[in-house]
Design a binder for this molecule. Structure first.
Ligand code: AP5
Length: 220
């Protein structure tokens, strides 16, 4: 059965989480979304969550050693054995180097690194309109993919919420942090020959098709 080992790179709001979920469903792969893992830890008030919360609220990056340990452990779990979609990791050069070491030790080469590109103005629209269900986590956009009932989830009727870091001032910090710390990874992976650039503007399903084409392998 076809599977994937892929990294999704891209600025906040590029659609990494949206596309990662579709890839996970299409291929036999686990989805590792570091932002989701950290937000859950904050909500559950775990020691990781207590440490991470101040970084998330400010739109800054959690220290590399914390996040590398977390991803390294997650990759060892059974559901990642056939493949993985990394969404939100790596985000710094040290994280990329650590990932290379981890995958080398596991004898699992990366298939592709997909850099999803979306203009600044569209990013701001996407983040401002994003809502997710407090109960089941389903993602919506109030303009592009609105819930049928206004403010409740179509699936479970749970209340929708806006992420704390989708406030205007935090969005500005997150975009600045992306440009200074994460954007250099595009060149890092380009030099390694496994980067593909994906136009992230358009319908969700059209972008997924571009991604599948860039992976160069049939879906299940
Ligand atoms: P994280 O949760 O990873 O946030 P992010 O990278 O800023 O990305 P987002 O989740 O905001 O956007 P996305 O690209 O997933 O877009 P989405 O699919 O939701 O990280 C949050 C924080 O955690 C960081 O700031 C940091 O503090 C910490 N952290 C995480 N990883 C870390 C790491 N490795 N190292 C250190 N710290 C780390 O889409 C956005 C909206 O647009 C949605 O409403 C969606 O419905 C809509 N949408 C998506 N696609 C389309 C489309 N094609 N057309 C119209 N609308 C669309």
């Amino acid at each position: 059965m076809a599977s994937v080992r892929v990294v999704l790179l891209g600025p906040p709001g590029a659609g990494k989480g949206t596309q990662a979920k579709l890839l996970r469903e299409r291929f036999e792969a686990c989805q590792i979304s570091t932002g989701d893992i950290l937000r859950k830890a904050v909500a559950d008030k775990t020691p990781l969550g207590t440490e991470a919360e101040r970084y998330l609220n400010r739109g800054e990056l959690v220290p590399d050693d914390v996040i590398v340990g977390l991803v390294g452990e997650r990759l060892q779990q059974k559901d990642c054995a056939e493949g993985f979609v990394l969404d939100g990791f790596p985000r710094t050069l040290p994280q990329a180097e650590s990932l290379e070491d981890i995958l080398k030790a596991m004898a699992l080469p990366l298939d592709r690194v997909l850099s999803i590109q979306v203009p600044h103005q569209i990013i701001v629209q996407r983040l401002a309109g994003r809502r997710n269900c407090q109960e089941c986590g389903t993602l919506y956009h109030m303009n592009f993919d609105p819930p049928r009932n206004g403010e409740t989830c179509d699936r479970c009727n749970g209340r929708l919420q806006q992420r704390d870091d989708d406030r205007e001032e935090t969005i500005t910090t997150r975009l600045r942090v992306y440009e200074s710390q994460t954007a250099p990874l595009v060149n890092y992976y380009r030099q390694r020959g496994n980067l593909r650039e994906i136009d992230g503007v358009g319908k969700v399903e059209d972008i997924q098709k571009r991604i599948i084409d860039a992976l160069g392998r049939p879906a299940n």
